[in-house]
Design a protein around this ligand. Structure first.
Ligand code: NI
Length: 269
């Protein structure tokens, strides 16, 4: 159970760090084993669900920020009773109708793990929908400034979605970055123990540094979404329309919905 102060801080700041493990060491070890196996197998690659977020996704080059969307579709053992704790936190923060799911897994490989540039998650999603959601980020080993813990900017969840572009302005790269990161000030680093979580809103501006350590930084990300609604007023995200990624091509070839990128409530409508 979160305290009233924690719930208030989440709504005022747009993020919250819970620096106590939600799950025990045995469960973390179990999840790590599955996690390493699914990245070794590149689970979901043929569906466009496994790709290099920060690179051009060349199959012969080592991925610098490999990601797997909806990993429990490929490894159902990722589910477990620990999801009850995730769901309870989501309900406390967003209300009883919230839908939680395992959203993606993101790995920063030892030594070469790339930074995740400043961005807002909603910039990846459907421009004609209105979102009320949060991402719950859980490392499977301690997350530190040196291995790529998350950083947030307080109050940025109240902003509109800012202009984004593919990382490095390379349209072959799936990952997004703010076009002008100079809007970010006084960022807050959130180191965590294994099994702790940070929770941030769909527009909270956030970042993670590179992995400068000799060990992998593993994180699982859960989405917590209220039913989304059609958005009043037209909006376009040209940075997604312009992308030419091999991830998108694989998704098309396999008949995968393009809205696999959005939280659950969307894909089920
Ligand atoms: Ni993000």
């Amino acid at each position: 159970m979160l305290s009233r102060e924690q719930v208030r801080d989440f709504h005022v700041d747009g993020f919250l760090a819970i620096d106590q493990p939600l799950i025990d060491d045995n469960e973390i070890a179990r999840l790590r084993e599955i996690y390493d196996e699914m990245f070794a197998q590149r689970a979901g690659r043929a569906d466009g669900n496994q790709f290099d977020l920060a690179g051009a996704d060349d199959p012969d080059a080592p991925a610098v920020l490999p990601q797997i969307l909806h990993p429990d579709r490929y490894y159902t053992a990722l589910k477990g009773p620990y999801l009850d704790a995730i769901g309870a936190i989501a309900r406390q923060l967003l209300g009883p109708t919230v839908v939680t799911e395992i959203f993606h897994a993101i790995l920063k490989p030892a030594g070469i793990g790339a930074p995740t540039p400043w961005h807002q998650d909603e910039a990846y999603w459907e421009p004609d929908r209105q979102y009320r959601s949060a991402s719950i980020w859980m490392p499977l080993q301690p997350a530190t400034i040196d291995n790529g813990c998350l950083w947030f900017m307080k109050g940025s969840h109240e902003w509109d979605v800012l202009p984004h572009q593919s990382i490095g302005a390379n349209k072959k790269v799936h990952g997004l970055e703010l076009v002008d990161a100079s809007v970010v000030h006084d960022p807050v680093a959130c180191p965590l123990p294994a099994g702790g979580v940070t929770i941030h809103r769909n527009r909270t501006v956030h970042f993670a540094g590179p992995n400068r350590t000799g060990a992998a930084r593993r994180a699982l990300v859960f989405s917590a979404s209220l039913p989304d609604e059609p958005r009043i007023g037209a909006r376009r995200f040209p940075w997604n329309e312009e992308k030419q990624t091999s991830r998108e091509q694989r998704a098309q070839d396999s008949g995968e919905s393009r809205w696999q990128l959005s939280p659950a409530s969307k894909r089920e409508r």
